[in-house]
Design a protein around this ligand. Structure first.
Ligand SMILES: [Zn+2]
Length: 365
């Protein structure tokens, strides 16, 4: 009995020295998918849960193992826009409303895409918005004002992001070709000349081979209908294309319509948009469950409309809603996480913490 004690001690020591560090190492993701529900506050998620529950279903979002809360304010006030909040989520720095990954003094902020590209990782954006909209733009461009969408488009074509899928074709085409550019450039042809696969249809998306793909499925927003790919279809294809990179990838998936319907105080539209994000999340989680090295984050840039969910009544048989207005609010939003390192997202965070934790988990200085 006496002689077994040192043996046990050695075993404990060996466990501490060998197994624990291995467990810690195993908690490092190689791939990251960040979902941003634009304007998706707790009220919006609650409304979608009511609708799902009435249909006998459960939100995929509710299966995420770790959750936290996120403050969304920009650098100089309480209520943010998507540019400042997106900049915080993409760079880990606060800025003023309107700025795209830039400080008010004009200095550029390094985005997480720019931070992981030197590691050999591929990057991608998927959105139902114009791809030049504020939320996707903060990951791939730097301009002082979010309205400079034709410049954002030019920076996207010049940049290193492999997969770009969404709407906003008009920002890439010249006026003579039905677009809005007045500099005479045809960025769609320029992208194709650089070896980028340019696609505009659902069939084109299904057949895309990569590695570089620019998919522009609408002149404006990618609204859910049978002629355009769904958010889930775009997400599935983006992951398939990016997963070809053995060094890993970082993908941002935005549901912009939660915000658009929030501004319009349209509860049915909000529910439809959250459920579409939930379908796309299901795709990422099923990849994550078999892959083991994928960190999946879901958060929001801010809340829109001050949406509250009320009891059902005769007019609203599933749930009722009330709104404080048509603008963004300073309400905190949720963050959900799954995969290696997901536990780091529990607790209360500032929005700038999210990319900092991601980069730390990826081993980026
Ligand atoms: Zn908005």
């Amino acid at each position: 009995v006496a002689s077994s004690l040192p043996v046990r001690r050695i075993a404990v020591l060996a466990f501490l020295l060998l197994v624990l560090p291995a467990l810690c190492l195993a908690a490092a993701p190689r791939n990251v998918v960040i979902f941003i529900g634009d304007g998706m506050g707790i009220g919006q998620v609650t409304a979608a849960r009511c609708a799902a529950s009435a249909a006998g279903q459960r939100l995929v979002l509710d299966s995420m193992p770790f959750t936290g809360l996120v403050a969304t304010h920009p650098s100089d006030r309480l209520v943010t826009d998507s540019a400042a909040a997106g900049t915080a989520l993409a760079t880990g720095h606060k800025t003023v409303n309107g700025a795209i990954s830039m400080l008010p003094d004009g200095s550029k902020l390094r985005t997480i895409f720019e931070a992981v590209e030197p590691m050999g990782k591929s990057t991608g954006i998927v959105t139902t918005d114009y791809v030049t909209g504020a939320t996707p733009a903060v990951f791939v461009s730097h301009v002082p004002n979010r309205g400079q969408e034709t410049e954002i488009a030019a920076q996207m074509i010049a940049g290193g992001t492999e997969v770009i899928l969404g709407g906003g074709r008009s920002k890439f085409a010249s006026k003579s070709a039905g677009g809005v550019r007045d500099d005479g450039r045809d960025l769609i042809r320029e992208a194709a000349d650089k070896g980028c696969e340019v696609i505009t249809t659902q069939e084109g998306l299904a057949g895309a081979r990569g590695p570089r793909v620019l998919g522009l499925f609408a002149d404006g927003l990618v609204k859910a209908d049978s002629k355009v790919p769904s958010l889930a279809e775009m997400t599935a294809k983006a992951i398939e294309l990016l997963a070809g990179d053995k060094d890993g990838y970082v993908l941002m998936v935005e549901q912009a319509l939660t915000d658009k319907f929030g501004h319009a105080n349209d509860a049915g539209g909000v529910v439809e948009a959250v459920l579409a994000l939930d379908e796309a999340l299901k795709v990422a989680l099923s990849v994550g469950k078999s892959d083991g090295s994928l960190l999946v984050i879901v958060t929001s840039d801010h809340e829109t409309g001050g949406m509250c969910v009320k009891d059902a009544d005769e007019k609203n048989p599933v749930f009722g809603s009330a709104w404080t207005g048509g603008s963004h609010t300073a309400n905190m939003v949720a963050v959900y996480a799954f995969g290696p390192g997901a536990e780091r997202f529990t607790g209360t965070h500032d929005n700038t913490d999210i990319p900092r934790i991601i980069l730390e988990l990826l081993g980026v200085k």
